[in-house]
Ligand binder design. Structure first.
Ligand SMILES: [Zn+2]
Ligand SMILES: [Zn+2]
Ligand SMILES: [Zn+2]
Length: 309
C-alpha cells in the first residue's frame, strides 16, 4: 500500500486508482477474466475447441454438446488421435459423420471409426456408392455394413485389394459371376471364379467371360472338361507355336466330340480365328491384367458351332 492511500484507497471496482492495489470484489468480467486486475474465474470461458483462448483452461470432449464443434475436433489432426476418436464417439449427427468420412485429411482410423457410428441405412448406401469422394476401403466397409451386394460387386470389379475384400463379402452367385467376367484385376477375377459352385452359372461365365484366365479357371471347375483343360490353357500361351498346336487339336475335337467344347465354343472360335499379331504395345503388367499375352491371335479357321447335338 502506498503512502497516498494510508487513509483509504480510491476504489474503481476491484482496483485502487491511486496505488494499484486490488481486492476480490466488483471485478469487471470479460468472460472468464477480469479486464481490470487479470483475475480468472471458472465460468464464461471463451472456448476454442478444447481450450479457453483467454485463460487456457482445457476441457474434455464429453463436456461438449455442440455437434459441429465435435466434428471439427474429429477432423483436426492438430489434436491427439485419442481426442479425435473420443470426439467422434460423441457425434450422432449422420451428415456430420458422412462429412468426416469424406474429409480428405482424415486418417483411415478416424474414417472407419466415423463409419462405425453411422447407423442409418440410407447414409451407409450413399457412402458405399460415392466413388468420387469416399476411399474404396471405406466404401467396402459401408457396403458390408449395409449388406449392399450390388455395390460390393461394383467395387470388386473396379479395384485392387479393396476389390478382393469386397468380393469376400459377396454371396449372390450372379453377382460373383459378373465379377468373374468383368473385374479389372486378374486376382479378383480368379478368386470370383473360385467362389462359384453352380454349374449353370459357371457355364454362363464360360460363354460370356472376356478374359482367358477366367475362361480357363471356369472350364477347369467342370470335371468332364479335364481332358481338354491343357488345350484351353495352350490357347493363351505367349508362344505362337504352342497356341497353334493347341488350336489344331481343338479343331479335331470340335469335329469329333463337339459337346466337350460347347459352353466355350464361341470363345474358342474367336480366339483361334483372331489374326496373329505381336502385342508389343503393352508392358507385361498391363498385358497380364488385360488378359493379353506377349503376342496374340492364331489365325486358323474353327468350325461353326453345331445347332444341336
Ligand atoms: Zn490505493
Ligand atoms: Zn478484478
Ligand atoms: Zn477461460
Amino acid at each position: 500500500m502506498g503512502i497516498a492511500c494510508l487513509f483509504g484507497h480510491k476504489w474503481n471496482g476491484c482496483k485502487c486508482e491511486r496505488c494499484g492495489e486490488t481486492r476480490d470484489e466488483q471485478h469487471d468480467w470479460g468472460g472468464c477474466r477480469c479486464i481490470k486486475c487479470g483475475k480468472n474465474r471458472d465460468e464464461q470461458h471463451n472456448w476454442d475447441g478444447l481450450n479457453c483462448s483467454v485463460c487456457h483452461k482445457s476441457r474434455s470432449v464429453k463436456e461438449i454438446s455442440d455437434q459441429f464443434l465435435l466434428a471439427k475436433i474429429a477432423k483436426n489432426d492438430n489434436y491427439p488421435f485419442d481426442t479425435r476418436i473420443a470426439a467422434l464417439h460423441e457425434i450422432n449427427n449422420m451428415s456430420l459423420l458422412e462429412d468426416i468420412i469424406k474429409h480428405e485429411d482424415n486418417t483411415f482410423e478416424v474414417r472407419l471409426a466415423a463409419l462405425e457410428k453411422v447407423n442409418d441405412y440410407s447414409t451407409l448406401i450413399r457412402i458405399a456408392k460415392n466413388d468420387k469422394e469416399v476411399a474404396a476401403y471405406v466404401r467396402v466397409a459401408a457396403a458390408k455394413k449395409a449388406d449392399d451386394q450390388n455395390t460390393l460387386a461394383d467395387i470388386a470389379k473396379k479395384y485392387g485389394w479393396e476389390g478382393e475384400s469386397a468380393l469376400k463379402e459377396l454371396n449372390d452367385p450372379k453377382l460373383i459371376a459378373d465379377v468373374a467376367k468383368k473385374a479389372k484385376l486378374k486376382g479378383v477375377r480368379q478368386k470370383a471364379v473360385a467362389k462359384l459352385t453352380d454349374r449353370a452359372i459357371i457355364n454362363d461365365v464360360l460363354s460370356n467371360g472376356e478374359y482367358h484366365d477366367v475362361i480357363v479357371e471356369a472350364y477347369k471347375k467342370i470335371p468332364e472338361n479335364r481332358p481338354y483343360v491343357c488345350l484351353i490353357e495352350g490357347l493363351g500361351d505367349g508362344q505362337f507355336d504352342t497356341r497353334k498346336e493347341a488350336a489344331e487339336e481343338l479343331i479335331v475335337i470340335a469335329e469329333t466330340k463337339p459337346e466337350a467344347l460347347l459352353p466355350i465354343w464361341d470363345w474358342i472360335k474367336k480366339t483361334i480365328e483372331i489374326p496373329y499379331s505381336q502385342g508389343e504395345r503393352l508392358n507385361t503388367y498391363d498385358r497380364e491384367e488385360a488378359g493379353l499375352y506377349s503376342d496374340s491371335g492364331i489365325g486358323l479357321k474353327f468350325p461353326t458351332k453345331p445347332k444341336s447335338i
